[in-house]
Design a protein around this ligand. Structure first.
Ligand SMILES: [Zn+2]
Length: 117
């Protein structure tokens, strides 16, 4: 199994405002709003295992959700305990890198940004 620097997190930290920052081995830094990561949870409670369909509704997740604890899971993932009591979510570095807000949209800002908050 090859590990690309792109999907190798060398550091991660949760800020008091709930934002989660991840530093990658290739020098990139990702900043994830807590709500984004909580909604991206792929555990059996949030995604139907049979169909792979997401059962968690984004609107049911509080905008105030915060990461309480972040634990490493092996060398490939982190587990996040959330302030809404949810603690079964595991985020692989691979998934995190794909979720990176500053990479998923190469253009400066997403078109739907104006309607938020
Ligand atoms: Zn979940």
């Amino acid at each position: 199994m090859s590990t690309s620097p792109r999907t190798q997190a060398i550091n991660y930290v949760a800020f008091p405002n709930g934002e989660i920052a991840v530093s990658w081995a290739d020098g990139h830094e990702s900043y994830y709003p807590a709500h984004l990561l909580r909604c991206a949870c792929a555990c059996a409670h949030c995604v139907d295992e049979m169909s792979g369909r997401k059962t968690l509704r984004d609107e049911d997740v509080s905008q105030d959700v915060r990461p309480l604890e972040i634990h490493p899971v092996g060398r490939y993932a982190i587990a996040i305990k959330w302030s809404d009591g949810h603690d079964t979510g595991i985020y692989s570095f691979d998934q995190l890198r794909r979720l990176c807000p500053s990479e998923s949209s190469p253009s400066e800002s997403s078109p739907s940004e104006s309607s938020r908050e």
